[in-house]
Design a protein around this ligand. Structure first.
Ligand code: SF4
Length: 441
């Protein structure tokens, strides 16, 4: 791959900050602190993400890497850690692995070494370099990543054993061979960040290469409809599952849904239609391309959806036959552990990978040439800013730091495996905004 030819001072200083530390952050030159993030993805979470991606370690300089300042949800939950003398020693090995096929149906039983995998980000929404970076990191850590709805760029083929092929409502880039490559096929029925709206890729990002992959017309905006017009019932969904089984008899099936008030019924219906993985996508996910009004007002926050679905699957007697995955606002290792304590088996992360690659949460993903740092762009010049060697190392380091923190949490709770944490709401405590503020004083 060629070296980047973009010669913009701020971009190079941004890269210097990522590679060498915050003292290289451009705005610090005139004494101004960095203006980053919001109450959910705070400046400190972004900066600590960069630190973790650079070093593979948790920050030791006081940066808050565990929670945000939203005043709700995960940010108002904490763990009931044991007294220090009762916690497991730091040398105790803990098992973070997550089995993905619990149906006992004779199909492969892959086990992710980590309790998370990478969520779908399509070719078009992000560059091929970003997709390959994520795939390499997933392979290195024994977990998975997902194509999103935009096809399967050839650079992903060497990593196909860890690539989840997504089939979504626009069917962009869906081909028989990309289903046949896949260990897992994910039906995306909706996204929590914009349920009822479908996906969209604006014309400026639909380059010749993107259009070819999606079998569409260059420079024309692409909209994925909502919903799947072939699915209005559990029986219709079963037909979809049967279609995948016909094309690839060994693939597991994941069903990604948003979190409406009846998400528990949707989940149990998906199980009876044959799904191995039920993926709940709550309302706070999405890149900067998802409209704020949709993120804040439509789907249920993931912290409410997880226990609702977990409990309902238990009451139906099928909880241990399906893997429950949560996404949409899962930012940190602490969020992952909280989601699991609420009843999930594991999580999907997407924005975290982009933060590891230097995302500033500036919400410019869908404007003009896309991301100025080469992440959510298809611009031939900008996308060269992320070399997959660099990107894979950053994400791998980030995953290392997340797994370190998860192990700390488990030892602090006296648990030896992440599976033991599932559904242990009794190990969580509500910490109101006032308590959090008092703690920080
Ligand atoms: S444009 Fe780039 S830096 Fe800004 S939010 Fe999107 S991915 Fe992040």
């Amino acid at each position: 791959m060629n070296e980047p030819t973009v010669n913009h001072t701020a971009i190079h200083k941004h890269r210097a900050a990522l590679d060498h530390g915050l003292e290289y952050w451009p705005s610090l030159e005139n004494g101004t602190p960095p203006a980053l993030g919001d109450y959910r993805w705070t400046d400190e979470l972004i900066l600590s993400g960069w630190y973790m991606a650079r070093t593979g370690r948790l920050p030791e300089n006081g940066l808050e890497y565990r929670t945000g300042r939203s005043g709700g949800g995960f940010d108002c939950l904490d763990f009931k850690f044991l007294p220090p003398e009762e916690q497991l020693p730091g040398s105790t090995a803990v098992d973070l692995s997550m089995p993905l096929n619990r149906r006992g149906d004779g199909l492969p039983e892959p086990v992710a070494r980590l309790p998370w995998y990478g969520g779908g980000m399509s070719y078009g929404s992000v560059s091929e370099q970003v997709m390959v970076s994520r795939a390499r990191a997933a392979k290195a850590w024994g977990t998975f990543t997902c194509t999103g709805e935009g096809g399967y760029p050839p650079g992903l083929l060497p990593y196909k054993e860890v690539i989840i092929t997504q089939v979504a409502t626009g069917m962009f880039g869906v081909r028989e061979e990309t289903i046949q490559y896949a260990p897992i096929v994910e039906f995306k029925y909706a996204q929590g960040a914009k349920p009822g709206l479908g996906g969209h890729l604006l014309g400026d990002k639909t380059t010749n290469e993107v259009a070819k992959m999606r079998e569409s017309v260059p420079w024309v905006s692409l909209f994925s409809p909502f919903p799947f017009h072939s699915v209005y019932s559990v029986e219709d969904h079963k037909k979809h599952v049967d279609w995948i089984k016909t094309v690839n008899p060994t693939a597991l099936v994941s069903v990604k849904v948003s979190t409406p008030h009846d998400v528990d019924m949707v989940a149990v219906g998906s199980y009876y239609a044959g799904a191995h993985i039920i993926h709940l996508d709550g309302s706070y996910g999405g890149t900067g391309a998802a409209p704020e009004i949709a993120k804040k007002n439509i789907a249920m926050p993931i912290e409410f959806a997880i226990p609702k679905v977990h409990k309902y699957l238990e009451s139906e007697g099928v909880r241990d036959q399906v893997t429950l995955i949560a996404s949409g606002g899962v930012r940190t290792a602490d969020d992952i552990a909280k989601a699991i304590a609420l009843g999930a088996d594991g999580c999907v992360i997407g924005t975290g990978d982009l933060i590891a690659l230097g995302c500033t949460r500036c919400s410019n993903c869908e404007r003009g040439r896309g991301c100025p740092f080469g992440l959510t762009t298809t611009d031939p010049e900008l996308q060269l800013l992320v070399h997959p060697d660099w990107g894979a190392q950053r994400i791998s380091n980030y995953y290392k730091a997340l797994s370190t923190r998860l192990a700390q949490i488990l030892r602090g709770l006296g648990l030896r495996s992440i599976a033991e944490l599932r559904g242990r709401k009794d190990l969580l405590v509500y910490v109101g905004r006032e308590d959090r503020e008092a703690e920080n004083r």
